[in-house]
Write a protein of this length. Structure first.
Length: 385
């Protein structure tokens, strides 16, 4: 069987072979295998040096100071640490937060947990293109607001929010801002000073690194207010205890270095491939492009198809590996809550294809995908009652 063409880079990317080579150096007794926290012997001290070098590489990806980076198990943990940590740490000053219904579930579920603890949430609605007006975020702020959490680039639509404008509104009111940048870091040039967010979540596997490792950027002004979620050690600036998986962190750093060297070229190529795909699809009647064409991650396409049944469409595209929404919800029959939030009907949301192209995508992949999608849409419409 020929493996299906992979078009789901927003969910996870394959580990770049060059990253895997770096990681292998940290997995055997002949390599750097020590515990970075074991300062009493040479093996631990050597590992600690490699850990801090990796921290500097990951920090450089977003223009941050290395001491502001806290390694986690991924962006999900980073989101939870930012939201739960700040809300609980600043609860004495107010118990109100602001977010969006189109956020990743790691944010939504953390916010719902806080509601059970007596916090109040204000949900800012997106427009039909998935973007939020910074003025609407500013209008939702109250004297007791302590944190705003708005995703930098949406994982289903690829739309890029105006985080600098939102950050300016938050800073004026003394409110901390968290942004989940798992999708955008590596696809967009990023500098935390220009971005303006106080807390930024990252994931290694979105930029061709290993699964199971991420990071949270914590600005100096936010650090005193973040409470750890776990207890049991002083690792990672006291915010995330536990032995740091050095092979994972080293892979994250290697992936970050490759992004700094090749990210711009990758982005240009992915944008061109997405344009090529859309050019072959847009003549099909009844297609809806979801998101904003001018403020979108390179290589992203979310397309809804009228007149077809969603499950049948996906089932007929066996030569392609893609999804209708977030990877976290791909096994759930319910339509995407992100697509519903921007006004799509349940049926149209289920008949949506999220296509995300990446470093290893080719023109041949795009042409095969376009032909397969056109074939299935025509076939399903012909047999539709």
């Amino acid at each position: 069987m020929i493996p299906p063409v992979y078009l789901d880079y927003a969910a996870t990317t394959p580990v770049d072979p060059r990253v895997a080579q770096v990681m292998a150096q940290y997995l055997t007794g002949e390599g750097i295998f020590g515990n970075p926290s074991s300062a009493s012997h040479a093996y631990g001290r050597e590992a600690a040096q490699h850990l801090e070098a990796a921290r500097a590489d990951v920090a450089a990806l977003i223009g941050a100071a290395p001491e502001c980076m806290v390694f986690t198990s991924g962006a999900t943990e980073a989101d939870n640490l930012a939201i739960l940590g700040v809300a609980r740490g600043r609860a004495g000053f107010g118990r109100h937060l602001v977010s969006m219904r189109t956020e990743h579930k790691a944010v939504l579920d953390a916010c719902r947990r806080l509601e059970k603890e007596g916090f109040e949430l204000s949900w800012v609605a997106p427009s039909a293109d998935g973007l939020v007006d910074p003025a609407a975020v500013a209008a939702a702020l109250r004297p007791d607001t302590q944190l705003v959490s708005i995703m930098h680039a949406n994982n289903e639509l690829g739309v890029i929010q105006d985080i600098p404008a939102i950050a300016a509104a938050c800073r004026e009111r003394g409110v901390l801002l968290h942004t989940d940048a798992a999708q955008s870091a590596g696809r967009l040039p990023m500098d935390v000073a220009a971005l303006g967010a106080d807390l930024v979540s990252l994931s290694a596997h979105k930029l061709y690194g290993p699964k199971g490792v991420g990071a949270l950027y914590v600005a100096a002004r936010a650090r005193p207010w973040v409470q750890p979620l776990l207890l049991g050690g002083g690792q990672e600036r006291g915010l995330r205890p536990g032995t740091v998986p050095l092979h994972q962190v080293a892979g994250f750093a290697a992936a970050a270095r490759l992004v700094r060297d090749e990210g711009s070229a990758d982005a240009q190529r992915c944008a061109a491939l997405a344009g090529r795909l859309w050019a072959q699809l847009e003549s099909l009647p009844g297609l809806r492009f979801n998101g904003h064409p001018g403020r979108c991650l390179p290589g992203f396409l979310s397309v809804s198809v009228e007149g077809v049944e969603g499950e049948s469409l996906l089932a007929g595209l066996g030569e392609l590996a893609l999804s209708s929404g977030s990877a976290c919800d791909s096994a759930v029959a319910e339509p995407s809550y992100v697509l519903r939030a921007i006004g799509l009907s349940a049926g149209l949301a289920q008949a949506t294809l999220r296509i995300s192209l990446g470093r290893f995508s080719t023109e041949a992949d795009v042409d095969l995908a376009a032909a397969a999608i056109r074939r299935e849409v025509v076939r399903l419409r012909a047999v539709a009652p």
